[in-house]
Design a protein around this ligand. Structure first.
Ligand SMILES: *[C@@H]1O[C@H](CO)[C@@H](O)[C@H](O)[C@H]1NC(C)=O
Length: 206
């Protein structure tokens, strides 16, 4: 007697198993990627400063105002991001303050870091005829002498697609040491109402 088994796993069933297995493996892979993928982080380094020499500028009675120039490096660290490119949008501006006093500002070029990449661009921020209060001049001169002067840098990226409200992106990079390493930035959105002289995201103390 040549009895056929009632059931025999045919090629269809096997295929089904493989698809299911592949889907499961794919899903687990995606979950792992999602859990290890960290968004971009931003940092700013003050690579050089001119016009803030303690003796010649900060403490000099013949300099009632200052004209500082800051060389900055803005970095997007997207090394641990597995999915998307991160960019600093167009018309970004960096503003440099010291103890809440405005020192300079300048534009930052638009650039991107692809997934897994670290990219940086140089920018220059400057101020002309800046009236820094005496106590801050003294404080900065002391800190520069000790090699530990730090400024706060804010990079504002204006929202390009807004109507009544704009959600500007603001990178706040506190305590960026002059000639020191990169200062990490925190990122937040600033709501700006356009159409009247409401607040602007970039420092308005100039
Ligand atoms: C700033 O950068 C420019 C161009 O790279 C350079 O010529 C200049 O000397 C730098 N200034 C300071 C103070 O580092």
């Amino acid at each position: 007697m040549n009895q056929q088994p009632d059931y025999e796993p045919g090629p269809g069933t096997c295929c089904c198993c493989l698809v299911f297995l592949a889907a499961t493996v794919g899903f687990i892979y995606l979950m792992v990627l999602l859990s290890v993928s960290k968004g971009a982080t931003y940092s700013v380094t003050v690579t050089g400063v001119a016009g803030l020499d303690p003796a010649a500028d900060l403490l000099s009675a013949s300099r009632p105002t200052l004209s500082p120039v800051f060389n900055l490096t803005v970095r997007i660290d997207n090394a641990r991001e597995k999915f998307s490119t991160h960019c600093l949008g167009s018309f970004a501006a960096a503003s440099v303050t010291y103890g809440d006093a405005f020192l300079g500002k300048g534009s930052v070029p638009e650039f991107c870091a692809g997934k897994g990449k670290v990219r940086e661009r140089g920018a220059r921020a400057w101020g002309h005829g800046v009236d820094l209060p005496r106590f801050l001049r003294d404080q900065m001169a002391g800190e520069l002498a000790a090699g530990e002067a730090a400024v706060d840098v804010e990079v504002t990226v204006p929202d390009q697609e807004c109507y009544h409200h704009c959600f500007d992106t603001v990178l706040t990079c506190s305590q960026a040491k002059i000639g020191g390493g990169p200062a990490p930035c925190t990122v937040h959105q600033n709501v700006v109402h356009h159409g009247h002289d409401g607040e602007t995201a970039a420092g308005s103390n100039d």
